[in-house]
Design a binder for this molecule. Structure first.
Ligand code: NAD
Length: 240
């Protein structure tokens, strides 16, 4: 059996699969990841991305934070690719119980997925830090400089987990539960370099751990099936 045939068979047999993904899931939608050669970490800015998108930097220099954030992290014209779409179909068909994602782009929901656990939040939710009034991503994108609340003038913060900030406990607990109960776990488009998210893999207790990534990851030797390649191209060959 080819790798793809094995993946197809395991998906056919799955009832409680979990997909765990990262930035590589959205590169085929035109959103750059962080660690590929053409990713954000290999472009030149005054500060490295992990410095700019940290809590302390946001507090210290919101102007510069938002300049980077709007230019490099808000991709409001991006559309779901074949991987997002096939994953939504797999959930609708009763094969996939949850999507756990490190992405903040909302593309799984745009493709129709329902149970999406966003470990790092979403660019689509934004709040006034003073009065908690909510705003959409377009409001943030269109604002001149730092976006401010229409109601009270307070500074708006994206509901995105910045470096130095803790992950939401409830989302994490739901992700752990889904992974512990999973009969199949597919991990895709993630370098598995960002903790605590990457550590979630250790909660999987089954014997069908699939890794789909363009480049090797530190978990390749733990996987039952490793498929090297582009995740959109791979999922476009899967039948639901
Ligand atoms: P990463 O950038 O560290 O790693 C991405 C991985 O995906 C790499 O190993 C790369 O080889 C692989 N990859 C790229 N394109 C691929 C494709 N088409 N098919 C298969 N594999 C592909 O990303 P990460 O592990 O998710 O961690 C970075 C952090 O950055 C995350 O915490 C995430 O919140 C954030 N981030 C999010 C977005 C987004 O929302 N779309 C984009 C960039 C970064």
């Amino acid at each position: 059996m080819t790798e793809l045939e094995t993946l197809q068979k395991w998906l056919d047999e799955s009832r409680k699969g979990v997909f765990f993904g990262g930035a590589g899931v959205s590169t085929e939608s035109g959103i750059p990841d962080f660690r590929s050669v053409d990713g954000l970490y290999n472009q030149s800015y005054k500060y490295p991305p992990e410095t700019i998108i940290s809590h302390s930097f946001f507090t210290r220099d919101p102007e510069e934070f938002y300049r980077f954030y709007k230019e490099k992290m808000l991709w409001l014209d991006a559309r779901p690719n074949a991987a997002h779409k096939k994953l939504a179909q797999l959930e609708a068909a009763g094969k996939l119980a949850a999507i756990v994602t490190q992405n903040i782009d909302g593309l799984h929901q745009a493709a129709g997925s329902v149970n999406v656990l966003e470990l790092h939040g979403s660019v689509h939710r934004n709040y006034c830090m003073k009065c908690r009034q909510g705003y959409d991503a377009q409001y943030v994108k269109d604002a001149q400089g730092v976006p401010r609340c229409r109601v009270c003038g307070g500074m708006i913060k994206p509901d995105v987990v910045l470096y130095e900030e803790p992950l939401d406990g409830e989302t994490m607990a739901r992700a752990v539960e889904a992974i512990q109960e999973a009969d199949l776990m597919i991990v895709g488009g993630t370098s598995l370099a960002v903790y605590p998210a990457a550590g979630l893999i250790n909660y999987y207790r089954g014997s069908r751990l699939v890794l789909i990534n363009k480049t090797p990851t530190p978990y390749d030797s733990h996987a039952d099936l490793v498929i090297a390649g582009k995740i959109g191209e791979i999922f476009s060959q899967i039948e639901v």
